[in-house]
Design a binder for this molecule. Structure first.
Ligand SMILES: Cc1cc2nc3c(=O)[nH]c(=O)nc-3n(C[C@H](O)[C@H](O)[C@H](O)COP(=O)(O)OP(=O)(O)OC[C@H]3O[C@@H](n4cnc5c(N)ncnc54)[C@H](O)[C@@H]3O)c2cc1C
Length: 469
């Protein structure tokens, strides 16, 4: 068996490694750097910035921890250097892993010649093939990821309007930053740049920030960010951007029928991402896709052309690195006829703001919309011993549990089954993992309650919630 994989992000390269481990020959085609958006301009570089932000925040709190007469400088060029070093180190690691006799890594841009054949032309990176080559295989997995979207408004294409890629390489911390979009990416940068000393305004079109998250969580996180000095405007429809002088932009928006403006040195456009279908020549082979991405079967990631699969951001299902990786496993298993127990509907997600937020499973709002009877169990970080010792008590945890349906009504979930967990507070991205493990095993509240947590740990916030019945 031979597989072609297009794109070497976490969807593509992880699948290539697993396929090779199982003895399958792979042609992996990458037009940029291996590691994709995640490693080169997404998860990894932003999380190195998060660490810098955390260190600065700790220093600001220094007096609380007995540090006196503290003076320090902040050399932003070193932040960028560290970020680049981390990315290069990890990229080198991935390149090393891909140096496998069953994997042919082809550096170039792929497009379909026909449904079994891909033409690769020289790509944009310094390391690329010199002339076009064709490859054919029994199965093809598309994992070409996504690119930043923009708003169709005047001024959106002004030279200084940044995307999440460009802001990672700016030369200095701007005095002020306007972030258009209060989703995960927008909030992470807002939080990071606030810690870097920048005045930050976030403009979000929807009623709440983080539209796909639990409403309670979104509202409380917004308050926390506001307390940190980040101005968050919801229900703000951005209408135009103008350059007001060499060092500033004015962003105009309407909010509740009123015209408003924000002036900032830099503007970050963080209004979501769209599937990277360009240049794949999908129309010629009749591969079905919509504005959201390539249409796939939710369990197998198979497209309308049965031997072609699409995993990761390209199918627009869940634009997360681990979603890409696990969709790749599911696709490979389907190709090879291997059974697995992966439940892609239990997909954890995290926001690496300060404080962090994380979520897995159904939200209370989703349950209400679907008419599912649930009860919600809550606990607060301020009552968690470890959080108090750390001086990080802002946050809460909400566990959504299936309840007994009213007489005559029905629910697909057995009463007591844990359906979701949503939290914000220190290390939420780690804590959510336990809930994820339990929810993916379809655990009941009773089973959840039988798990012993180490004391004193932040994970006890979950224990407190599930014991608050
Ligand atoms: C700023 C930012 C922060 C993020 N933080 C997180 C986070 O903390 N956690 C998280 O889970 N997710 C995060 N994400 C999302 C995550 O990066 C993506 O979900 C993930 O990278 C998707 O993986 P993928 O394999 O589908 O695509 P990608 O990682 O985008 O990889 C696709 C690859 O395909 C290549 N390619 C495209 N077209 C072609 C072609 N025609 N021929 C050959 N190669 C091609 C591209 O060069 C790219 O390398 C973040 C994203 C951004 C932008």
């Amino acid at each position: 068996m031979k597989i072609i994989i297009i794109g070497a992000g976490p969807g593509g390269y992880e699948t290539a490694l697993l396929a090779a481990k199982r003895g399958v020959e792979v042609v992996l085609i990458e037009s940029g750097h291996v590691g994709g958006t995640c490693l080169n301009e997404g998860c990894i570089p932003t999380k190195t910035f998060c660490k810098n932000a955390e260190v600065l925040d700790s220093l600001r709190e220094g007096e609380t921890f007995g540090l006196t007469d503290l003076t320090y400088g902040f050399d932003f060029s070193k932040v960028i250097d560290r970020k680049n070093a981390v990315v290069e180190q990890l990229r080198g690691g991935v390149e090393g892993l891909l140096n496998n006799k069953l994997i042919t890594l082809v550096r170039g841009k792929a497009s379909f010649k026909d449904a079994h054949t891909v033409t690769v032309t020289p790509g944009a990176t310094p390391v690329t093939i010199e002339k076009s080559v064709e490859y054919s295989a029994d199965h093809i997995i598309i994992a070409t990821g996504s690119v930043s979207s923009s708003l169709p408004i005047p001024g959106a294409d002004l030279p200084g309007i940044l995307t999440s890629r460009e802001i990672l390489d700016i030369e200095k911390v701007p005095s002020s930053l306007c972030v258009i979009g209060g989703g995960v990416i927008g909030l992470e940068f807002a939080s990071i740049f606030r810690s870097f000393g920048c005045e930050v305004t976030v403009l979000e079109y929807c009623k709440d920030i983080l539209p796909r998250f639990d409403t309670d969580l979104a509202k409380r996180l917004k308050q926390s960010l506001s307390k940190r000095g980040i101005s968050v405007e919801t229900q703000a429809q951005v209408t135009s951007i103008t350059e007001c002088d060499a060092d500033a932009y004015t962003v105009s928006y309407t909010r509740k029928g009123k015209e408003e403006t924000v002036t900032a040195e830099k503007v970050l456009m963080a209004v979501g991402r769209r599937a990277n279908v360009a240049s794949l020549n999908l129309d010629d082979i009749g591969l079905e896709y919509t504005q959201r991405g390539i249409v796939t079967d939710e369990r197998t990631m198979q497209t309308n052309i049965p031997h072609i699969y699409a995993v990761g951001d390209i199918n627009g299902r869940m634009m997360l690195a681990h979603a890409a990786t696990f969709q790749g496993i599911v696709a490979l298993d389907h190709i090879m006829g291997v059974e697995n127990q992966i439940d892609l509907s239990v997909m954890p997600a995290a926001v690496f703001s300060s404080p962090e937020a994380a979520s897995v499973g159904l939200t209370e709002d989703e349950c209400k919309e679907r008419g599912l009877p649930v009860k919600c169990l809550k606990s607060f970080f301020r009552a968690n011993g470890k959080a108090v010792t750390m001086g990080e008590t802002d946050g809460f945890c909400k566990v959504v549990v299936a309840a007994e349906p009213k007489e005559g009504a029905q629910s697909p979930y057995q009463p007591g089954r844990v359906l979701g967990c949503h939290l914000y507070g220190p290390h939420s991205s780690d804590i959510v993992q336990e809930a994820c493990a339990m929810i993916s095993r379809k655990a009941t509240l009773e089973e959840f309650q039988s798990v012993i947590h180490t004391h004193p740990t932040l994970t006890e916030v979950l224990q407190s919630a599930i014991h608050s019945v």
